[in-house]
Design a protein around this ligand. Structure first.
Ligand SMILES: C[C@@](CO)(OP(=O)(O)O)[C@H](O)COP(=O)(O)OP(=O)(O)OC[C@H]1O[C@@H](n2ccc(N)nc2=O)[C@H](O)[C@@H]1O
Ligand SMILES: Nc1ncnc2c1ncn2[C@@H]1O[C@H](COP(=O)(O)OP(=O)(O)O)[C@@H](O)[C@H]1O
Length: 340
């Protein structure tokens, strides 16, 4: 039996500047600096090579699910495209009880796209266990990162080149390309074009997510609604800044990180869709300073840059007591990558 596992880190957007939607496009042009953090999902992949292998993976999967949920039913989703059959089960440790149809899971899509590109000639069955620590609809890029981790495995499995993997990443979603290299990078176009690779930050970060999520597509649509009148002249990436909470584009200056400007043009739209975000931003601002606090991507999770990991841990515990999902983590140079 062949076995692989891969790490899929979450990201924050240190800056996210969004241009008005061009008439002939369905995605917005953005300019964003993304940074990976230590919070991550893990992908476990087994490829049975005979009947005994098949039995072993099914038993292992059921044991894992029984342990996690105390139930017998495995919740496995199976999808077949061409010669590739993907069985996937999600072990959701975020408390969201995430349910995604097998064929809609970006992990399945990534494997199927790679098998197609590789012209897979023989039937193959792969078993995937996706351990989720990154909450969905949070702006932390969990789905995209899972896809990049799947691409790292598929590259080995199907012997594909970096160029082909990059092409598939851009087709599957705007954020996936970033996770192929991770760390800190400036991205442009619809978010899938790397324009500059920067040194990774290393500072402690507190993540706090309101109970409701925000859909990325809805957030961009709300952005258009809010900015249509104000910014109708089609200025490139010149949308209004972060609204009342972080209006001047915050700054933090941890010694080793130099000075990084925080800005998110989607913040106002996300707050309008999910007003609880404002409460979370206020909670973070009170403790980290308003200039060190921002919405993650299209939300609804928010982050605060902390002075120490100890401070981040204490604040995470405070936010959890108030009923929010919360994690202390750190910025780190990590990508969607195979584990040994
Ligand atoms: C906002 C950002 C910031 O990094 O990420 P998240 O906060 O969702 O993680 C990205 O722009 C999201 O990227 P990603 O989540 O990959 O989006 P996609 O799957 O490609 O697109 C989902 C939908 O969002 C809208 N969309 C996405 C990207 C973009 N540049 N302009 C858009 O208008 C489109 O309606 C699209 O159909
Ligand atoms: N492996 C996956 N993990 C999480 N969401 C996924 C996955 N595959 C597909 N999706 C879909 O993609 C959407 C966006 O992914 P998500 O992780 O919520 O990213 P973000 O919060 O950064 O927008 C989810 O709401 C879900 O419907």
């Amino acid at each position: 039996m062949k076995k692989f596992s891969a790490i899929a880190p979450a990201k924050i957007n240190l800056t996210l500047k969004v241009a008005p939607l061009a008439e002939d496009k369905n995605k917005h042009e953005v300019e964003t600096v993304m940074q990976t953090v230590t919070l991550h999902d893990t992908l476990f992949v087994s490829i049975p090579e005979n009947e005994a292998d098949e039995l072993e993976v099914v038993n292992k999967r059921n044991r894992k699910i029984n342990d996690a949920y105390g139930i017998k039913e495995s919740g496995v989703q199976t999808f077949k495209e061409g010669n590739l059959e993907v069985s996937i089960v999600i072990d959701d440790l975020t408390g969201q009880n995430l349910k995604i149809n097998g064929e809609d899971n970006l992990v399945t899509k990534a494997f199927c796209a790679c098998a197609k590109k590789a012209n897979l000639a023989k039937e193959m069955h792969i078993e995937v266990l996706l351990e989720k620590n990154i909450p969905a609809q949070a702006g932390l890029g969990g789905g995209s990162s899972d896809a990049a981790a799947a691409l790292a495995i598929a590259k080995e499995l199907f012997g594909l080149s970096d160029d082909v993997i990059a092409e598939i990443a851009a087709e599957l979603g705007s954020d996936i390309a970033f996770f192929l290299n991770g760390g800190r990078a400036k991205m442009a176009g619809d978010g899938s074009v790397t324009t500059e690779t920067l040194d990774s930050l290393k500072c402690p970060v507190l993540l706090v997510r309101p109970n409701d999520g925000v859909s990325t597509a809805e957030c961009y649509a709300k952005f258009d609604e809010l900015n249509g009148a104000i910014n109708g002249d089609g200025d490139k990436c010149a949308a209004p800044q972060n609204g009342a909470i972080n209006g001047d584009g915050g700054k933090f200056a941890a010694a080793e990180n130099a000075s990084v400007e925080l800005q998110n043009d989607l913040q106002e739209a996300a707050v309008s869709l999910c007003p609880e975000i404002k409460e979370v931003l206020n909670l973070l601002s009170e403790n980290c300073g308003s200039k060190n606090v921002l919405l993650c991507g299209s939300g609804s999770c928010c982050f605060g840059i902390c002075e120490s990991f100890d401070q981040a841990r204490k604040l995470a515990s405070l936010a959890s007591k108030q009923g929010y999902w919360s994690r202390a983590c750190s910025c780190v140079n990590l990508k969607g990558t195979l584990k040994n």
